[in-house]
Design a protein around this ligand. Structure first.
Ligand code: GFB
Length: 313
């Protein structure tokens, strides 16, 4: 991407899009376009068509999506499949009709089969059944990947798809009902410390393993891929290491400085037992994550303290 190329970041207020926008600014890209969801509802095809015809971006980071943690995915599958299919279909097709040079689509590691062997290689896609709690979301994301591949095959476009592992960082969703585990734990442990609560309740058994990537690292990888990767195959983005949810709880507890206990609510779902991504391909292309979980947790907690506590929820 030339530094003055017009780049559209879809979803620039979210965890992923905000990190990509910041990264592009840091790297000296000057012609950035973005819209809030109020200004442009990406589920509305007419509005998306109008936006692309008017702005004619050369590059698109498709980071807009309806996302949520395990319980939100499980309770609102219709919203997850509908909104994601609409957003990605409208954006990818408008990109094609408006001659976008290159588009990066963001998937998720929940697209891989629930019981696939670990670490998850890109080739495991569509080799087994999905995790039921997020099947609707995963099917939408798989459709997005296949849409990019199909447009490349039929129309000769250059659309690439990246599969990030579980993410965290600034502008995350800290709502306890709908968030992912890491932001939820930052809030839960912080509030327990403030109120001197005797214990924090975590969901499930604590035995599932997850890998966590800081959003700034993800953004760096996305800009790197946009600039260097031309392939039709998906690319995993992760750190190559995971921990149990219980271990995550202990780490968050230490970062927050909470001294009570942890209890597990086993009526809540565990989800996939493990989803560690194989990052051989990304490392081979020349990119590696640099932010450790310890450093990332400190940064995320700091961000939470400075931004989230002042926002009414
Ligand atoms: O992050 P999370 O909601 O989603 O949950 P997934 C990860 C694990 O943490 C599960 C446990 O085993 C949860 O039961 N957990 C413990 C908690 N305490 C909590 C808590 O307070 N809040 C939450 N949210 N979890 C999602 C998918 O799966 O990951 C999405 O549903 C997407 O589709 C996303 O792929 C990255 O990692 O299980």
């Amino acid at each position: 991407m030339k530094k003055d190329a017009k780049i559209y970041v879809a979803g620039h207020r979210g965890l992923v899009g905000s990190a990509i926008l910041t990264k592009l600014m840091e790297q000296g890209y000057t012609n950035l376009v973005y819209r809030t969801s109020k200004e442009l509802d990406l589920r509305d095809k007419g509005a998306v068509d109008e936006f692309f015809a008017e702005e004619k971006p050369a590059f698109v980071f498709l980071a807009a999506a309806k996302v949520g943690g395990i319980v939100a995915n499980n309770e609102y599958p219709a919203d997850f499949i509908r909104d994601n299919l609409l957003i990605q279909t409208n954006v990818i097709d408008a990109a094609y009709r408006n001659n976008v040079e290159k588009l990066l689509f963001l998937g998720s590691t929940c697209i891989y089969p629930k019981l696939a062997s670990q670490p998850l290689k890109e080739s495991y896609l569509l080799t087994g059944e999905l995790e039921p709690t997020n099947e609707a979301y995963a099917i939408a994301k798989i459709a997005g990947i296949k849409m990019c591949e199909s447009y490349n095959r039929q129309y000769g476009t250059k659309y690439i798809s990246a599969m990030p592992t579980n993410l965290y960082g600034p502008n995350d969703n800290f709502d306890l009902k709908t968030s992912h585990v890491l932001p939820a734990l930052l809030r839960k442990f912080h509030e327990a410390k403030e109120s001197n609560a005797p214990f924090v309740e975590m969901w499930g058994t604590g035995t599932p393993k997850r890998e966590f990537l800081y959003s700034d690292d993800l953004a760096d990888a996305c800009v790197f891929l946009m600039n260097t990767y031309e392939g039709n195959e998906i690319v995993n983005i992760g750190v190559g290491d995971d921990i149990t949810i219980k271990e995550l709880g202990e780490k968050v507890k230490a970062v927050v400085g909470y001294e009570g206990d942890i209890q597990f609510d086993t009526t809540k779902p565990d989800g996939t037992p493990r989803k560690l991504v194989d990052v051989t391909k990304l490392n081979g292309l020349g990119w590696k994550a640099t932010i450790s979980l310890e450093d990332g947790l400190q940064k995320a907690y700091q961000w939470f303290l400075e931004n989230e506590l002042t926002t009414a929820k």
